[in-house]
Design a protein around this ligand. Structure first.
Ligand code: AMP
Ligand code: MG
Length: 345
């Protein structure tokens, strides 16, 4: 009897010991490397899983370097090395050769200009400046100012010359603004770099847009909490969105706005009216295509509004969306996956 219980003890100890060692190594393997930096006007957080810490750190470094380059190229203010500044300074004059990155963003933006009948307009620059919503001193413009400025917003005035990869804005004083698209493209570049470094599981988070490379290391989808656009009875999330090899982007009237006389003026402008787009509080797009699509579409669908926006989502393969309209109804496209989806009513 004594001997038997001794053996049991030995077996129990060995089991606990090997379990502990197993958990320890597993945990080590599954520990992500996390690093954040402020770039492209937002916090960028990388959460990377890999085999060796040194490899993972190197991958993160390379991602940030690549995104720094994109920031320089796509900036609309100040930086004379910016391709966008050069294009805008040459509006009405000559064509400007651009990098592959800027070419991709511009051509995709023009494409969505067509798909949305101009609801997404790459040349919203003058209108964005008039409202000053992205700056320190936003203001409500006069109707005359809006009318005059709208004459400078038309994506059809952008010429792309494929054989020498250059771009020209046909009319003087027009300008392009990549605020609705560049962050999404940053996700695509980040994933490209991570894959080059052999990474298979990572999350790239730019606050309003996120990319999931692969699944979580345990094979399950990543689960992202979706911020409610308005307070929701003490709930932190409007829903949990599972994503795997997908991109998610949210555009909301709560992200950048000012208020005057109780009216909220936000940063997503309707090129038809010249005023902040109405009818929607937030749009979340999930795509399996790329980050550029997700970012452009969240802005575009916001401008299109609930009906036309949802129609577009349903038409595009690999695209799903969730919308909170201005009456705080939560609408989802037919294939949208959400866990624990809440409602305002
Ligand atoms: P997002 O936060 O991705 O929805 O992008 C909003 C940003 O896109 C704004 O801050 C502007 O820089 C720019 N923008 C605003 N309205 C439009 C529009 N109708 N089409 C394209 N870009 C826009
Ligand atoms: Mg966008």
């Amino acid at each position: 009897m004594k001997r038997k219980s001794f053996i049991y003890w030995i077996i129990a100890l060995i089991t606990i010991g090997s379990l502990t060692i197993g958990i320890y190594f597993n945990r080590y393997k599954n520990q992500p490397y996390i690093e954040s930096r402020y770039l492209m006007d937002t916090y960028i957080t990388l959460k990377i899983y890999g085999r060796k810490p040194s490899e993972v750190k190197q991958a993160a470094q390379a991602v940030f370097e690549r995104l720094k380059e994109l920031e320089t190229k796509s900036n609309r203010f100040g930086d004379q090395n910016s391709e966008v500044v050069t294009i805008n300074n040459n509006a009405g004059q000559k064509e400007v050769p651009v990098s592959e990155e800027i070419w991709k963003i511009i051509t995709a933006s023009l494409d969505y200009g067509e798909k949305t009948s101009g609801a997404f307009d790459l040349t919203s620059g003058p209108l964005v400046d008039l409202w000053g919503i992205n700056g320190e001193h936003p203001q409500i413009p006069s109707p005359e100012e809006i009318k005059d400025t709208l004459a400078l917003v038309d994506y059809k005035e952008v010429e792309t010359i494929e054989n020498n990869r250059s771009v020209r804005i046909a009319k003087p004083e027009m300008s392009m603004d990549l605020g609705g698209s560049a962050k999404g493209y940053a996700l695509d570049l980040a994933l490209e770099v991570l894959k080059e470094h052999g990474i298979e599981h990572a999350l790239v988070d730019l606050v309003s847009s996120t990319a999931a490379l692969g699944s979580r290391p345990d094979g399950k989808p990543w689960r992202l909490g979706l911020q409610p656009p308005r307070a929701l009875k003490g709930e932190a999330n409007l829903a949990i969105i599972p994503i795997e090899n997908q991109f998610i982007s949210t555009s909301g009237d709560y992200q950048r706005f000012f208020e005057e006389n109780g009216v909220r003026y936000h940063h997503i402008l309707d090129p038809q009216t010249g005023y902040p787009a109405k009818g929607v509080t937030s749009v979340t797009i999930v795509t399996s295509t790329n980050g550029l699509d997700a970012d452009i579409l969240s802005t575009a669908v916001f401008v299109l509004g609930p009906e036309r926006g949802m129609e577009l989502i349903e038409k595009l393969p690999g695209v799903e969306g969730l919308m909170v309209d201005s009456d705080l109804n939560v609408l989802t496209s037919s294939g949208f996956k959400a866990e624990n989806l809440k409602s305002y009513h």
